[in-house]
Design a protein around this ligand. Structure first.
Ligand code: MN3
Length: 263
């Protein structure tokens, strides 16, 4: 609509009494506002309100645009809580840089795509390439942090303890098999205690970002054996890192809950 030339008188003539009453009822603050006057454009009395509302809407749109689909979950303990076994320096890097990096790359990879509406698990089960790798690494690391505890019970209890006794004979045998898998994983990857679709426990290992969910298995406990997980604290001694995890950090309570919730 063309702007009204400034020299054309506005239709500010007094309206019929009935219309004036309606206008006052509808809009008592601006009785002189006519339908073809845009309050913002024409500098009407509500222009400041409209400008504020416009700013709010622009701000809201900006926030919506920048909301990340996936977020870095909080650590279940402070960054120095696993010392002396895993240093705060390692958690600063591993959680603060690596895990955060996977979250950022995943968000960039799914932006504006149908994967942005999916859960991590759905992406892991159906995805491939960079989307799968980053989604699985986000999931794996979140699971890894919970697989450790600064107040870890030295051994599992309850149903999981019974299942371990039935499958492995004793915890020492499970630990030996877990260590063999973790140390034997060539290159980067993960060692896992899983529950198979047949409801039997087993030890497994995966490469890079691979996750047992894709094999229909239920992860109960995991250990990251990428070099970035242990190099700051253990240099090349992966075996010592694995042993330390199994003897001092493994969160059997978490594994037990995963076992009990897997029915
Ligand atoms: Mn890692």
């Amino acid at each position: 609509m063309p702007a009204r030339p400034r020299d054309v008188p506005r239709r500010l003539g007094r309206p019929p009494a009935a219309a004036a009453n309606k206008a006052e009822l509808r809009d008592p603050g601006y009785p002189e506002l006519l339908p073809d006057r845009h309050p913002d454009r024409d500098g009407g009395p509500c222009a400041p309100d409209v400008q504020r509302l416009r700013a709010v809407l622009e701000c809201a749109a900006s926030i919506t645009e920048n909301i990340m689909t996936f977020e870095l979950p909080n650590l279940p303990y402070s960054r120095d809580a696993l010392e002396p076994y895993i240093s705060a320096r390692t958690l600063d890097l591993h959680y603060g840089k690596h895990h955060q990096g996977y979250v950022d790359k995943l968000n960039a990879a799914v932006k504006g795509k149908p994967d942005a509406e999916k859960s991590l698990e759905e992406i892991i089960r159906s995805g491939s390439g960079a989307v799968f790798n980053n989604a699985a690494q986000v999931w794996n690391h979140t699971f890894y942090w919970r697989s450790m505890s600064p107040n870890a019970n030295p051994e599992p209890t309850g149903n999981l303890a019974d299942a371990i006794a039935g499958e492995f004979g004793d915890l020492a045998t499970l630990k030996a098999q877990f260590a063999e898998a973790a140390n034997g994983q060539f290159g980067s990857g993960w060692a896992w205690l899983v529950l198979g679709p047949n409801r039997r426990l087993s030890i497994t290992k995966t490469s890079n970002a691979e996750n047992p969910l894709t094999a229909g298995e239920t992860p109960l406990l995991t250990l990251d054996v990428w070099e970035h997980a242990y190099y700051v604290d253990y240099f090349n001694d992966r075996a010592k890192y694995v042993r330390t995890f199994l003897d001092n950090l493994a969160n059997w309570e978490f594994a037990s809950k995963n076992f009990d919730n897997s029915d």
